[in-house]
Design a protein around this ligand. Structure first.
Ligand code: FES
Ligand SMILES: [Fe+2]
Length: 442
């Protein structure tokens, strides 16, 4: 179980917290590159409980900095993004993307430009995403080496969706694989779906068995059950430090993807996904259907988003949310056309994790053997955060970003076999971008 004190350590990510310090060791996907226009309006970004602005300067470089002007704390969100920097509209001080003060026109020369710096963070762009590193040190590690990041940019699909709850419970929804046969497919009778419908294997037996282990990147599980005589259906999933998941929502052999659950503040999270467009996954497969061709209720594709606003928490929000009960249709729930009455797999996960409240009260939970992946992942995070705080030990993946070359997905194997050998065999046979080989769990 997780005590209330451990729950607090795990969930709080503001400056000065142990988990906040751990998060600040890593690069975070923060915005789409397309959100920032050269010399355009700055964008408000909330990240790890800090109010930031992001902008693209005249040369195309990205700046991410505390929104407060270091002069008298006016918000640089109101600033003029012009001629190579952001100019505060209060007294005209101007800063470049690295936070250097370029101009101090409210003072007679020489002023003291070199003594003042805006608090700027490192930012890079990759795969159409702006990545931010909020660590204090001069050195930032390389980006994580997810194989999806090795693909050409036009083969990667990227998106963001805000979730209105703490990052940990959002992430734990991804590694809680036993919910699939209920939340998403509780209304699906195995006899109504054909042999080749992927959903069939999850509803054939709704109480699978699990293997799980600590890995170089975090934790890994394999849910498995007999699919047919002599055949085993496997679902592999990963937690990767500090907030990444790889879910079994695609065919293992081609499922290059990564999913981030980036803490905006303690009660809000930004989900960011990066997928290979060429893989066979829930992003690319047609909507699941019954034998007779009718679509399976609740599996509607696409997420309806509200228009972005300039608020700190105004980007990439779902139209269905707590204020409208996530669009629950009680008639569909009652007549069992949709188990939850909520349409859309992502929305079902969104509704469930948001319904727990902004931050789960861990003392209220009763974790079961089917929650071992959650327990193990919390333990791994806690130990890493405490080792960083107490001994200065850097957490996994910071110094060795190669650990991110992991894979998740589903497949059917002949017989069973030792689970990590089965994984290594599938990994070797999978489609990979040219270059660095993958490594199996150790
Ligand atoms: S507060 Fe920004 S220049 Fe004075
Ligand atoms: Fe789910």
């Amino acid at each position: 179980m997780t005590t209330a004190r451990e729950g607090e350590e795990l969930t709080r990510i503001g400056p000065g917290t142990p988990m906040g310090a751990l998060m600040r060791c890593y690069w975070m996907p923060a915005a789409l590159s397309s959100e920032l226009v050269r010399d355009g309006a700055p964008v408000r970004l909330m990240l790890l409980g800090e109010k930031l602005i992001a902008f693209r300067d005249s040369a195309g470089r990205v700046g991410v900095m505390d929104h407060r002007c270091p002069h008298r704390c006016a918000s640089l969100f109101l600033g003029r993004n012009e001629e190579g920097g952001i100019r505060c509209v209060y007294h005209g001080w101007k800063f470049d993307v690295a936070g250097n003060c370029l101009d101090m026109p409210s003072l007679p020369p020489p002023g003291f430009k070199e003594k003042v710096k805006a608090k700027a963070y490192k930012a890079v762009e990759r795969a159409g995403v702006v990545w931010v590193h909020m660590g204090a040190g001069a050195q930032a590690p390389p980006l994580p080496t997810f194989e999806v990041l090795d693909l050409p940019e036009d083969e990667i699909r990227v998106g963001f969706i805000q979730r209105d709850c703490n990052w940990l419970q959002a992430l734990e929804g991804e590694i809680d694989t036993s919910h699939f046969g209920f939340l998403h497919a509780g209304h699906v009778d195995v006899d109504d779906v054909s042999e080749d419908e992927p959903v069939r294997n999850t509803v054939i037996n709704r109480a699978p068995e699990y293997h799980l282990a600590d890995t170089p990147w975090g934790t890994q599980y394999a849910g498995y059950r007999q699919a047919a005589p002599g055949k085993t259906y496997w679902r592999f999933g990963n937690f990767l430090f500090p907030f990444w998941t790889q879910a079994p929502n695609g065919e293992f052999g081609s499922h290059m993807h990564a999913r981030a659950w980036v803490p905006l503040d303690d009660g809000h999270t930004m989900f960011c996904y990066l997928w290979w467009k060429g893989g066979t996954s829930s992003m690319t497969l047609p909507q699941p259907a019954f034998k007779d061709g009718r679509p399976i209720g609740g599996t509607g594709r696409g997420n309806k988003l509200l228009p972005n606003t300039t608020d700190w928490l105004g980007r990439w929000r779902m139209a269905a949310n707590a204020s409208n009960d996530w669009g629950i249709d009680r008639a569909a729930q009652r007549d069992n056309t949709i188990y939850t009455g909520i349409d859309g797999i992502h929305l079902q996960d969104q509704a469930i994790t948001e319904s727990m409240g902004a931050i789960v009260d861990h003392a209220w939970e009763h974790l079961a053997p089917s929650d071992q992946m959650i327990t193990r992942t919390r333990r791994r995070l806690l130990v890493a955060a405490r080792n960083l705080r107490d001994k200065g030990v850097l957490p996994p993946g910071v110094e060795d970003p190669q650990v991110y070359r992991a894979r998740s997905g589903y497949f059917v194997s002949e017989g069973a076999g030792a689970w990590q050998e089965v994984y290594a065999r599938q990994l070797a046979a999978a489609v990979h971008p040219p270059g660095v080989p993958l490594r199996a769990a150790e």
